[in-house]
Design a protein around this ligand. Structure first.
Ligand SMILES: [Ca+2]
Ligand SMILES: [Ca+2]
Length: 395
């Protein structure tokens, strides 16, 4: 492993210590490298055929962790410049993309699952809906960070889908449980090829970030408009990782392509793993693959705390899972109980990718779809008119 993690203990300047009553934390410098040119998942993913996606865009080169005030900064370096939301291409919708993606990026999500205790099997194994993989027991996580171009929205959708699944639970209880375990950064900076995101210690809790394990993945982010999302929620399609581009067979415009759609391929485009071929090996089992993170501290044999499964999110949760969700939030505890780790359940519903069709029939279909959305009150009359004109202009 060429992973280089340096933990430097530097003395804090006296002047600063006097003026700023901040919690004194060790200066951290964690630098984890990734293979260049491996933005192809298990080796078979090809980029969407559209101008706002090019090979290299989702190629993670390194991830760093640096000390910030009362928290840490993650710094992800990519091969290409981070694309501006004004370059994003979407199908229909009245909203301006700059309003829609306020954080300065739109094309990807970065998930970081943090293993704080480095105890094998202690913590969560599930990844968020739609990733279709698990975190290996040696990296079972306590805290997860989800960098999304639309953090408020993905949190809300996750809360809503859990609330509809666990109807008897108070929504506030679900929210506090989620917020104790999953953080959606809103403090984000884009510098050419780097994106930095801030995570406070109030979320992360105690510990030395240089001694933690990190399982990080990059996925393509879907660019759905608000009214489309509302529609999908109504249709009950939101549970299956709607924020992640799912691979499809052939040459594709809206998502990543794979040569053979019969073979299930994970939507993970890049996995943080320093060894050549390591990522391809880890992702090749497809659905249910167990991914290992990166750490300088090797995993201890755990106390045998069972890892959890994402199946509880997607399938019918069992009684035991409900009981644990009801319990009080507590640091380093699973979100949803001790369900059996295993295959992701069959409740997953693949989401149809929006396609632009400029044929007369295609225009007709899109206009009918628009009529339906207005009739159901999903879009306003004004939004209806704007979209209608936009579609007709393509004739
Ligand atoms: Ca890479
Ligand atoms: Ca990689």
């Amino acid at each position: 492993m060429s992973v280089k993690i340096i933990n430097k203990l530097l003395s804090i300047g006296v002047a600063m210590a006097l003026t700023a009553p901040v919690l004194v934390q060790a200066d951290i410098s964690v630098d984890m490298s990734d293979v260049r040119g491996d933005d192809h998942g298990d080796g078979s993913l090809s980029y969407p055929e559209r101008y706002d996606f090019q090979p290299g865009d989702l190629d993670l080169l390194s991830m760093k962790v640096e000390k910030g005030q009362d928290g840490i900064w993650f710094i992800a370096n990519f091969r290409n410049s981070v694309r501006d939301p004004k370059d994003a291409r979407v199908d229909v919708g009245p909203e301006s993309l700059d309003n829609f993606f306020r954080l300065g990026f739109f094309a990807f999500n970065i998930d970081v699952y943090i293993d704080k205790d480095r105890e094998k099997g202690s913590g969560n194994s599930f990844m968020l809906p739609g990733r279709d993989a698990k975190v290996a027991p040696g990296f079972a996580w306590e805290k997860a960070v989800m960098l999304s171009p639309r953090p408020e929205l993905i949190r809300k959708v996750l809360v809503d889908s859990l609330a509809s699944e666990f109807e008897h639970l108070d929504k506030k209880a679900i929210e506090s449980r989620l917020d104790a375990n999953i953080f959606y950064p809103k403090k984000v900076k884009v510098y050419n090829r780097a994106i930095e995101f801030y995570v406070p210690y109030s979320f992360l809790g105690e510990g030395n970030p240089a001694e933690w394990g990190y399982t990080a993945i990059v996925t393509g982010a879907k660019t759905l408009m608000n009214f489309e999302i509302d529609q999908l929620i109504k249709m009950g399609l939101m549970q299956r990782g709607w924020d992640v581009m799912q691979p499809e067979g052939g040459i594709t415009e809206q998502t990543f392509g794979i040569p053979d759609s019969r073979k299930p391929v994970l939507p993970i485009v890049d996995l943080l793993a320093a060894g050549e071929g390591e990522q391809e090996k880890q992702l090749s089992p497809g659905r249910g693959a167990e991914l290992s993170g990166v750490s300088t501290v090797s995993a201890k044999v755990g106390a045998g705390v069972p890892v959890t499964s994402i199946a509880a999110y997607l399938g019918q949760p069992d009684q035991k899972a409900k009981a644990v969700l009801l319990s009080e939030p507590r640091d380093a505890s699973p979100i949803i109980g001790n369900t059996t780790a295993g295959e992701i359940s069959g409740a997953a519903v693949p989401m149809p990718a929006p396609k632009r069709d400029n044929s007369v029939d295609g225009i007709k279909r899109r206009l009918q779809k628009l009529d339906k959305l207005r009739d159901e009150g999903v879009i306003t009359d004004k939004e209806y008119e704007q979209n209608r004109q936009r579609i007709l202009n393509e004739l």
